[in-house]
Structure formats: structure tokens, C-alpha cells
Design a protein around this ligand. Structure first.
Ligand code: AMP
Length: 477
């Protein structure tokens, strides 16, 4: 994909070419078209992904209709406000705005604390369309009536999680009250705590969630578990698990269209509402199935990897790998449909002895061992342990824990929570040597895991429930 494919105007294409960028990064590919439509965005992305250009380019394009070379300050009201937590970040964003906007007659300035206000006041008096500010100093200007925010059309909150850490949220809430309600708002954060979500609910209207996962990493909010089971017992175990969690909607992944359809029939016969989406279904059938899932009428959606591409899901509580994917990266793609935007998620894998080598590949990629829990009545026992060597299955449902490979005595200690078993260190350097702390380089993006949830989070006041939106929306995997 090129920058021209994103629908950017020639002035911005020129600026991007001046920077030497050849192709948009994953966050740019996703964010630019959405922001151009005027929609609010909740973006999950960290520094180094190219997020600054991801919001700056469409912001400049949306303001380009106001570009003018007039000298009267009245012709240059503040139309965009970008809030950043630190002076360094504010300057960085200002430089990006100035750079990408160099072929447009729009003015930008940067205001931050720790320096004399007078020079900033002079600058604001000239008339400025784009103000990049730290919250405290902005409020100083508001107090002194040296800035007028009544014509702001676009608000950007960058690095919201750092704003929170630095105690800026009350300032931001105050600033929100000073802005026109009819505006576009964009919030970017590397993490989404409850506090950030509350702020997003207050600040954003029907936002589109755009997330760019760090490559080969999985969300910390997902609890992973493997249930060892023989291939022939899988469908019974699935029914057992579904009955165990009667209120939970689940997305079930299988490897083939054949299994997809058969499994849906089997679940239906067992009184569980289920349907399948796979490559042989018409677009209309898929749409109807997805609508049923989205509305909650359908409890279980069974999908192949191909059919699930582009499936946008918000707040899905559970993903089940009925069959393990044969490519380890697909595990990350599949389970990335749960545990989004800081929500808790469950990733359950039903693994037969024949699939253990795929499990080993997955664990190598995600860099931790997934806890194994044998479900009484479905445990393949020695058959599973014998295939391969590394197993430390333990029982659930009242059974005592056992460490099959170590010969340890049964674990008599208190039952630990599953997620604690996961050695949590989050790798900054991926297995392929990709360093997430470095600025984005196009070559490194080729295999990037660009997972995104594009479903609107909807009216914040509406009841939260598992929500699935449609296939293929933005052409992402
Ligand atoms: P950011 O994540 O916005 O801090 O950007 C990180 C770095 O990536 C900055 O140095 C940008 O100049 C650079 N960058 C942004 N977009 C691209 C692109 N499409 N191609 C190459 N580099 C980029």
C-alpha cells in the first residue's frame, strides 16, 4: 500500500516523499482513512509505530480547507488542539506537524511550561490553527485569556497513559469542558486502564478502536490455557466447556471448512446455538451470521482463519482453538480477538497429542509456556504425556494438581491463579530481532502483526456486551 492509496492530498504526499517514507506503517494504514472521515478514534499504539504521522497527516488534510495566507489573526483561529504529556513529546509532535504541513498554509505552535509565557502569547495573538500543548501550560493560557478554544474542530490526546501517570487527567477533563462538543476527538495510548477508558467514554463519540499489536507479543490481559484431549473427544469437551460457561460468547477456530460446518451442526444438536463462517459461504450468509453473533442471538461462531480475517470484534471474552493453527503467528492473530483494549480475555486451546509440536512452536513464539489443565473425563493421560516430553498438566474441577514430567508430589499448596503462572516479562526485542523501542523502519513492518479492532465501541451508556462487527471492513487481517 502506498500513501496515495490512503487518499491523501498532493501537498501531504509531497511532504511524506520529502521525509523519504515509501509506505505507510500499519497504524497509518488503519488510522488515516478513518480519521479522514471525521470519526473519533481510540488508538492503541506506542511510540515507534509511526502514530504521530498517523494522526497528523489526516488532521492536516481535514484542516487544509482552512489554509490561507491572510495576515489577520481572525483568519487563523485555533482549529486543532494536540495535548501531549511532556515538553519533549510536544516539541516532537510540533516538528512532525510543521514537517508534514510544510506545503500547506496552516500555522502551528507549541506551548509548554517552564518557559516564559510572553513569547507564546505573542505567537497565539498572531493567529494559529494548530496548537500543540502540555495541559498545565494550556490552562495557564486559558486562565489569562490568551487562547480561545471555541473553534477547535479536532482534539488529539497523545500518550494518554502517560498523562494519567503524570496526574494530568483532572486538567484534561477541565480542558474538555472548554471545547466545542461538536468536534472530532482522537485518543492514543499504549495501554488502556480503567481510568483511560473512563476518560475515553467522556471524550470520544462512537469511536473506532484501532490497535497495532507489537509483533509476536500477546496482550497481557489474556489468560491462556491448554486442555489436553484426544482428537476424538474434542467436540464433547467443547460442549462440556460451553455448558460450564453458559453466559459466555465464544469464537471457535478450526482448520478446515469441513470441520467448521460439522462442528456447528454438532453444537446445534446439543442445544447450543452455533453457526459457521468459512470461505464457501456467500457474503450475505456471512453477514447474517455475524449480525446474529453481534446481537448475541448466536452464542458460538465457528470460523476458519481465512474467514475470520478482517473480522472485527470488540470485547469478545473467549477464543477457543478447537484445532491449533499450523502457523504459530496465527495463534496470535486468533487470540488477538479477545482481551482487546485492556479487557480481560480467555484463550483456550484443545490440544490433541498429535498437535503438541504446533503447541511447542506457539510457545516458542510467544515466549512462555501455556498452562495445561486436564479436564476430568477428557484427559488423554499418558497418551498426551508420551508424545513429546514437556508436560506439566494439572487437573481442574476439584482434581489435585500433578506434575507429570517432574515426578513431583501433587501440589498441595493453594491453587494459583492461572495468569500468575505466566512468566510475564514482555520482550522488547522480538524473536526476529525487531526492536520495538526503535523508530519505525519500513523494512521491519513487512511482517508486522497489525491487529485491529475496528468495531465502534458504541454508545458508552449502552450495556456492554460481546460485540462482533463485520468482515473485511478495512482490509486488515
Ligand atoms: P512515532 O511512532 O510517531 O514516534 O514515529 C516513529 C518514527 O517513525 C519517526 O522517526 C518517524 O519519522 C518515522 N516514521 C513515521 N512514519 C514512517 C513511515 N511511513 N516510514 C518510515 N518512517 C516513518
Amino acid at each position: 500500500m502506498s500513501f496515495a492509496d490512503l487518499g491523501l492530498i498532493p501537498e501531504l504526499l509531497q511532504a511524506v516523499a520529502d521525509e523519504g517514507y515509501t509506505e505507510p506503517t500499519p497504524i497509518q494504514q488503519q488510522a488515516v482513512p478513518v480519521i479522514l472521515t471525521g470519526r473519533d478514534v481510540m488508538g492503541g499504539a506506542q511510540t515507534g509505530t509511526g502514530k504521530t504521522a498517523g494522526f497528523t497527516l489526516p488532521l492536516l488534510q481535514r484542516l487544509s480547507r482552512h489554509a490561507n495566507t491572510g495576515t489577520s489573526p481572525a483568519r487563523h483561529p485555533v482549529r486543532a488542539l494536540i495535548l501531549a504529556p511532556t515538553r519533549e513529546l510536544a516539541v516532537q509532535v510540533f516538528e512532525a506537524v510543521a514537517g508534514y504541513g510544510r506545503h500547506l498554509a496552516l500555522r502551528a505552535t507549541c506551548i509548554y511550561g517552564g518557559v516564559d509565557m510572553n513569547a507564546q502569547i505573542q505567537e497565539l495573538r498572531r493567529g494559529i490553527e494548530i496548537v500543540i500543548a502540555t495541559p498545565g501550560r494550556l490552562l495557564d493560557h486559558v486562565q489569562q485569556k490568551t487562547i480561545n478554544l471555541s473553534q477547535v474542530e479536532v482534539l488529539v490526546l497523545d500518550e494518554a497513559d502517560r498523562m494519567l501517570d503524570m496526574g494530568f487527567i483532572p486538567d484534561i477533563r477541565r480542558i474538555l469542558t472548554l471545547l466545542p462538543t461538536n468536534r472530532q476527538s482522537l485518543l492514543f495510548s499504549a495501554t488502556f486502564s480503567e481510568e483511560i477508558r473512563k476518560l475515553a467514554d467522556q471524550m470520544l463519540k462512537n469511536p473506532q478502536l484501532i490497535e497495532v499489536a507489537r509483533r509476536n507479543t500477546v496482550s497481557d490481559t489474556i489468560t491462556h490455557v491448554v486442555h489436553p484431549v484426544s482428537a476424538g473427544m474434542k467436540r464433547n469437551l467443547l460442549v462440556h466447556l460451553l455448558r460450564h460457561q453458559p453466559d459466555m460468547q465464544m469464537l471457535v477456530f478450526v482448520d478446515t471448512k469441513l470441520v467448521c460446518g460439522r462442528l456447528a451442526h454438532f453444537l446445534e444438536r446439543n442445544g447450543i446455538s452455533a453457526d459457521a463462517i468459512h470461505g464457501d459461504k456467500s457474503q450475505q450468509q456471512r453477514t447474517e451470521t455475524l449480525d446474529s453473533f453481534k446481537s448475541g442471538r448466536l452464542r458460538v461462531l465457528i470460523a476458519t482463519d481465512v474467514a475470520a480475517r478482517g473480522l472485527d470484534i470488540d470485547e469478545l471474552p473467549c477464543v477457543i482453538n478447537y484445532e491449533l493453527p499450523h502457523t504459530a503467528e496465527d495463534y496470535i492473530h486468533r487470540i488477538g480477538r479477545t482481551g482487546r483494549a485492556g479487557h480481560k480475555g480467555n484463550a483456550i486451546s484443545l490440544v490433541s497429542p498429535e498437535e503438541k509440536h504446533w503447541l511447542a512452536d506457539i510457545q516458542k513464539l510467544i515466549k512462555f509456556e501455556i498452562p495445561q489443565e486436564a479436564v476430568p473425563g477428557y484427559d488423554p493421560g499418558a497418551e498426551f504425556a508420551e508424545t513429546g516430553s514437556h508436560s506439566h498438566a494439572r487437573r481442574i474441577g476439584g482434581g489435585r494438581a500433578e506434575h507429570k514430567d517432574s515426578g513431583d508430589k501433587a501440589d498441595k499448596g493453594p491453587k494459583r491463579e492461572r495468569h500468575r503462572e505466566r512468566p510475564a516479562p514482555r520482550a522488547v526485542i522480538a524473536t526476529d530481532g525487531f526492536d520495538f523501542s526503535k523508530p519505525y523502519e519500513p523494512a521491519a513492518s513487512q511482517n508486522a502483526t497489525a491487529e485491529s479492532a475496528a468495531a465502534p465501541t458504541g454508545n458508552p451508556n449502552s450495556p456492554r456486551r460481546p460485540l462482533a462487527a463485520l468482515l473485511g471492513g478495512l482490509g486488515r487481517k
